[in-house]
Design a protein around this ligand. Structure first.
Ligand code: B12
Length: 212
């Protein structure tokens, strides 16, 4: 039984979506609980992918194929997890700020958050402050903003101001990232956190929600 979980873990690390799918079917047929497959196979695999990325052993392509394998596994498990009452760690709304169409980094962060056990609402690119505010009013606990352009970064500040104006700032955590973004900028605009890459973003979200 542990062999099949190890094989799922390795399938994610190696980005082998077909083998992850086949192994999950085998594990379920052998009576392994969906939650165990999620934690010890998919999430553990994605955590290893994140660690290798931080050690510069993996790069964006490896992250993307690993995330695709994890996604295929998640799709197989989703309905079973919902039926068994497994609760996500929290709900994150992620988007690239207004005027900015870069989404590769945002998508990686989104995948790592899902891999870590969060429910992720992907709001897409060119997201207006009003749309983030709507998310905050509708159950999102962490707003995650991405910006790749120095000209669009101020959209993060505007969004935080819009959250305050709408009276919902205290009900959500705000995390920011993207190549030109820094911890100093996060401090300056009053964000709750900054992370430099996708795997540390997942750790940050856990910390912000006290789910470590
Ligand atoms: C790919 C790319 C594009 C693609 C985007 C495709 C897509 N679907 O995303 C296209 C061709 C469309 C594009 C367009 C433009 N681009 Co461009 N682009 C890039 C490029 C080459 C790579 C960006 C990327 O995907 N990196 C890989 C990802 C994985 O890294 P990342 O985004 O930084 O994300 C990581 C972290 O930052 C972090 N992270 C990201 N988001 C978040 C969010 C949170 C909450 C957290 C915690 C962490 C986090 O985690 C991620 C994973 O580890 C960069 C150059 C570069 N090397 O960065 C230029 C770059 C960003 N682009 C640039 C420019 C100028 C433009 C254009 C204005 C060009 C033009 N004149 O039309 C347009 C703008 C379009 C628009 N309105 O957005 C400049 C920006 C300069 C500046 N300082 O503002 C750059 C730096 C190139 C350069 N050296 O001049 N671009």
């Amino acid at each position: 039984m542990d062999d099949v979980l190890k094989s799922i873990y390795e399938g994610v690390v190696n980005g082998n979506a077909p083998s992850v799918g086949k192994d999950i079917d085998a594990a379920l047929a052998a009576g392994v609980k969906a939650e165990k497959i999620l934690k010890e196979g998919l999430i553990a695999g994605m955590a290893e992918v994140g660690a290798r990325f931080e050690r510069n052993e993996f790069f964006v392509p490896e992250m993307l194929i690993a995330a695709r394998a994890m996604q295929m596994g998640m799709n197989k498990l989703k309905s079973l997890l919902v039926a068994s009452g497994v609760k996500p760690l929290g709900k994150v709304g992620i988007g690239t700020v207004k005027g900015d169409l870069h989404d590769i980094g945002k998508n990686l962060v989104s995948m790592m958050l899902e891999g870590a056990g969060f429910e992720v609402v992907d709001m897409g690119v060119d997201v207006s402050p009003a749309k983030f505010v709507d998310g905050a009013k509708n159950g999102i606990q962490v707003i995650a903003m991405s910006a790749l352009l120095t000209t669009t970064m101020p959209g993060m500040k505007t969004t935080i101001e819009a959250l305050k104006e709408a009276g919902v700032r205290s009900g959500v955590k705000v995390m920011i990232g993207g190549a030109p973004v820094t911890q100093a900028y996060a401090d300056q605009i009053g964000a709750d956190g900054y992370a430099p890459d996708a795997s540390s973003a997942a750790r940050l979200a856990k910390k912000l929600l006290g789910a470590e």
